[in-house]
Design a protein around this ligand. Structure first.
Ligand code: UDP
Ligand code: MG
Length: 316
């Protein structure tokens, strides 16, 4: 069997050399035929130059492609998966947070017949608040979405050829890969590892992007938020009806007093807010339809080691 390792890189100049040496050492020791597929996600530092160097130095085992701009990690992974030719593919980060020695364990589990071997990280070294918020989020979101999203589980995993082909057959533009991995199913096994701190460079996650990622997770796999909006509307309308009856009753019993200025303002503002949220919700789905309808490619390749650029599959 042949193993492909797909590595998305965005401004990873500082660690790339170390990562490459580490993963190569492991793969050579395991004596498994391999290829490293680096995807430069439009880095603005010397990442691409490093990749050219590595491809020259390790001809035959190293391939790379480089995007015309920063498209994001999901498109970078997609490009890597399309380019990978191995019977099994491992996806890992370039920052050494995914320890290369774990590749051995993944291969062992793959050889036992699993199609997805998933590494789940501990949250050592994360800030308490972030850990607590993540827990809360996943508990809430798993009641919502039809696919299981697990805390601590990311892109670090091994996929069999079957699983890779299944992923590549999903043509959607919005790729929430955590959900896609779970959606394709197949025989999946998860093991835990201790999280390592980033070796160098800095994380590309900002608070805002985490919140957006969270919203994507809730919206990407179902229309239940829309259903919830209907229920909220029904609930509020019922409350309003009851309140009206009560006011009429009070007026009949005690005559018309006309208090309730504050109530009125609160209701108007509250309902206005709720309507905005629901409009936003509908807008999110329409926005997704808009992006899907445009059928733009997920990424554009500026340069790669081979003459043939990675094509979009027909109909995608
Ligand atoms: N990455 C990428 N494109 C981006 C952002 C990140 O290809 O727009 C890569 C990055 O180079 C790294 C991996 O995705 O290999 C994970 O990024 P990072 O370490 O910033 O995320 P974290 O580990 O904090 O989740
Ligand atoms: Mg990282």
């Amino acid at each position: 069997m042949r193993l492909s390792v797909v590595v998305p890189c965005y401004n990873e100049e500082a660690v790339l050399g170390r990562f490459d040496a580490a993963i190569r050492a492991v793969l050579e020791r395991l004596a498994v035929p391999y290829e490293l597929v680096y995807v430069d996600d439009g880095s603005s530092d010397g990442t691409l130059a490093r990749l050219r160097g590595l491809a020259q130095q390790h001809r035959g085992t190293t391939r790379y492609l480089s995007f015309s701009r920063n498209f994001g990690k999901e498109p970078a992974i997609l490009a890597g998966l399309r380019a990978a030719t191995g019977d099994a593919v491992i996806i890992m980060d370039a920052d050494l947070q995914h320890p290369p020695p774990l590749v051995e364990k993944m291969l062992d589990l793959y050889q036992l017949g699993h199609d997805q071997v998933v590494a789940r990280r501990s949250r050592d070294g994360d800030r308490r608040l972030r850990t607590a918020l993540s827990r809360l989020y996943y508990r809430a979101v798993n009641n919502w979405v039809e696919v299981e999203l697990a805390d601590g589980v990311g892109d670090f995993r091994l996929l069999s050829r079957k699983a890779v082909d299944a992923l590549l057959s999903l043509p959607e533009y919005n790729r929430f890969s955590k959900g896609l991995f779970s959606w394709i199913g197949f025989d999946t096994i998860t093991f835990d590892y201790r999280n390592a701190a980033r070796e160098a460079g800095e994380t590309k996650w900002r608070l805002g992007s985490l919140v957006n990622y969270g919203i994507d997770g809730m919206l990407s796999f179902n229309c239940r938020p829309l259903r919830a909006a209907i229920y909220a509307g029904l609930g509020l309308a019922s409350l309003a009806a009851l309140y009206t009856l009560w006011i009429i009753g009070a007026a009949v019993a005690g005559g018309v007093t006309a208090p309730g200025y504050v109530t009125l303002v609160a209701i108007i503002v509250g309902l206005g807010g709720l309507q905005m949220v629901m409009l936003g919700l509908i807008g999110e789905y329409i926005g997704r339809i808009y992006y899907e309808a445009k059928r733009r490619p997920h990424f554009l390749v500026k340069e790669s080691d081979s003459a043939a650029p990675v094509p979009e599959p027909a109909g995608a």
